[in-house]
Design a protein around this ligand. Structure first.
Ligand code: F6P
Length: 347
């Protein structure tokens, strides 16, 4: 069978591990031929391909990023983009396509499968872990590991200098990295986008932690927001109405802002560390290698079974398949009960 592969959206650790498994099983067990598309959907649209066979994936298991490159291009937003994608797939005789991506990339895949009958299957990846119907996405575990190690390291400076240390982690729409790393690293406060936070309350926690002789660590997701009535503070331009998107854009850099606000309100020295792309880079953790490999092995089976429009998923310890349309219809956010459970450590 002639099988295409693409990786789209933000890079993350484990993409190469998934491709290695797809190619190894495809070639060895099914006698497949592979074609890699460069830079996500853009490469399919522009007909830019990369040879993808066993030599290309050799040695890539521990390698971060993606050997195919990635982009956020959405062919449905480009002039004749969808037709160009269909043209490329037909020209190369692609009989099955494996799409490795987050909600946006997989959402495009779902449309091609549903509206144009493209024979494809998906593999969920994103450090944000916000794809529904799977317990975990490829990349999440590595990001949590990096963020946890950072928090561990910051404890010493917090204690030695009696400083408040704010750590800003990623999580565009969901606070999974903040919650998991915050718990694993022993943070004294975790702030997530699902739950607007009160700066006043954060400052109370900071002060109570100081009274207990420790300097606190505050973990904040980059999309977390203060409660609406706390936004109009010095240094922050008030935002119109309750337009959440505008507020989010305005408050990008919320970690820095919170650090300054804590300092201003409590008089304690505060510093912010923004983790940024460090969470997405480098070698995948053992769990991510395991998950990506198993997703890859199951995805190539789904191709050969013609289970088009499906996505591999982890449910408990089993790899299952769910429908792409359902997995991309919403985002998986942090359950309030899980957050409440973590709050016993705040302050
Ligand atoms: O999808 C992972 C993610 O890291 C988000 O948490 C973040 O908002 C986004 O990617 C930023 O990616 P970029 O700067 O590449 O657009």
């Amino acid at each position: 069978m002639r099988v295409g592969v693409l990786t789209g959206g933000s890079d993350c650790p484990g993409l190469n591990a998934a491709m290695r498994a797809i190619v190894r099983k495809g070639v060895q067990e099914y006698g497949d031929e592979f074609i890699g598309f460069r830079d996500g959907w853009r490469g399919v649209m522009r007909d830019e391909t990369v040879p993808l066979g066993i030599p290309a994936v050799r040695g890539t298991l521990p390698r971060g990023g993606t050997i195919l490159g990635s982009s956020r291009t959405n062919p449905f937003m480009e002039d004749e983009g969808a037709d160009r994608v269909l043209g490329t797939l037909a020209r190369h005789g692609v009989e099955g396509l494996v799409v490795i991506g987050g909600t946006a990339t997989l959402g495009i895949a779902a449309r091609f499968a549903e509206e144009h009958g493209v024979p494809l299957v998906g593999i969920p990846k994103t450090i944000d872990n916000d794809i529904p119907l799977t317990d975990c996405t490829v990349g999440f575990d590595t990001a949590v590991g990096v963020a946890t190690e950072t928090i561990d390291r910051l404890h010493t400076t917090a204690e030695s200098h009696k400083r408040v240390l704010v750590v800003e982690v990623m999580g565009r729409s969901a606070g999974w990295i903040a919650l998991h790393a915050g718990l694993a690293g022993g943070a004294n406060c975790i702030l997530i986008p699902e739950q607007p936070f009160s700066v006043r309350k954060v400052c109370e926690w900071v002060e109570s932690r100081f009274r207990a002789t420790y300097a606190p660590i505050v973990v904040i997701a980059d999309s977390a927001l203060p409660e609406a009535d706390e936004v109009a503070l010095p240094g922050v331009t008030p935002l119109p109405g309750s337009d959440t998107r505008a507020r989010r854009m305005r408050l990008s850099g919320v970690g820095e802002w919170l650090g300054k606000e804590i300092e201003r309100r409590t008089g304690k020295e505060a510093r912010t560390t923004v983790l940024g792309y460090i969470q997405r880079g480098g070698s995948p953790s053992p769990f991510d290698r395991w998950l990506a490999t198993r997703f890859g092995l199951h995805a190539i089976d789904a191709v050969h079974e013609g289970d088009w429009g499906s996505m591999t998923a982890l449910q408990g310890t089993r790899i299952t398949r769910v429908r792409l349309v359902e997995a991309t219809a919403s985002l998986k956010t942090v359950d309030p009960e899980l957050y409440r459970e973590a709050s016993v450590f705040f302050g």
